[in-house]
Design a protein around this ligand. Sequence first.
Ligand code: CMC
Length: 421
Amino acid sequence: MPDTITITDDRTGKTVTVPIEGGVFPSSALRELDPSLYCYDPAYLSTASCKSAITFLDGDAGILRYGGYPIEQLAENSTYLEVAYLLLNGELPNKVELDTWVANVTNHTFIHENMRKRFVDGFHYNAHPMGMFISAVAALGTFYDGSKDIHDPAQRERQILRLIAKAPTLAAMAYRFSVGLPFNYPNNDLSYPANFINMMWKVGDYEVDPRLERAMEVLFILHADHEQNCGTTAMRVIGSSHADPYSSAAGAAAALYGPLHGGANEAVVRMLGEIGSIENVPAFVDSVKAGEGRLMGFGHRVYKNYDPRARIIKQAAYDVFEVTGKNPLLDIALALEETALSDPYFIDRKLYPNVDFYSGLIYQAMGFPVEMFTVLFAIPRMSGWLAHWQELLNDPAQKISRPRQWYSGPDERNYVDIANR
Ligand code: CMC
């Protein structure tokens, strides 16, 4: 069977045959038929906007790999900073490379005092931490002369280091401000996740529990990248205009903020709270089947199988609960999962738990308020966004993003004076 596709324009009888590679064919074939012919593909359901070597995702089989490495192996053996290096460089670092990379990131954890004293102090006392995070990421770029030198590889690398290193600092700063606590400076003797936990919670004597540190590491690894999702696509679209990486990352974070994307874990926790007890689970599932709402944390645009990240997070939840005590919502979540996975409604539609089903329970048990959940997603996703931004800038096939539209407005008409409208 030939690996080609032949398209015929029935209006003219013209045909064009193009290769199919990895299940993809170049839509530029259409322009060969007729330069004014376009595909209509709202939400990019069947459009690949780029070639990417960073993350592989097979939604039917429930497979996720960074640089070819299965997510399960990375979650078991790696660290977030090692994974960030892998995403950015395509290979795992050797010992020297890893030590240098970790030292360089650690060097950049502090932020300019004006960010804390003047910029952050300007927010309203009850500002949402995610709104603060998004604007702080954009503002950060104004502190660095080189931030706009995106074609200089050395400058690019420096901004990447800064954004990855400072993301936890900005996140913790937003949280501490929102609850009126003094800011904790980074402690560069700690690992990346331990430093974040320390900046979040340290009041007086405080030591980071290594089990929580590892759980945070695993959560950071699982959230580091997920190929062309809404936030990453926003990063690429903004980056394609050659905006600086701070502005692009702020835009990506803004896309992540929405409840259909990074905000679903918050909705899961609220839903479990509303269900209230295991006895209410069957009635709740019936109401979902009757179309009265969705089972939050279930279903995915790409995964039509168990989200591999959900399986790992479920295990991590038990590790965290050993330290924090069990989140009382866990039993409801388990009963809900069991009921749904044995119900033909969910089986037929291939609806399985996604990454958000259990992550909120961990965050809540660790003491994070629900407003911080999306910020917790944004910290590690920074490395994924930057890896895609870098790949975009190095890809000669990429140009400024500029989709076409299918115009559906009125035809030409004459201006009508306001008195006659
Ligand atoms: N509960 C009940 N029914 C559902 C659900 C759900 N969570 N998700 C999908 N369905 C049904 C839907 O009603 C439809 O049924 P029918 O064919 O009878 O009309 C069918 O399944 C297909 O749904 P869809 O809306 O066409 O699927 P989609 O790919 O457009 O939506 C989704 C994907 C994630 C938005 C959706 O599954 C959903 O709303 N899930 C709940 C929210 C959630 O957990 N979001 C986190 C996504 S993972 C994190 C991230 O990527 O940011």
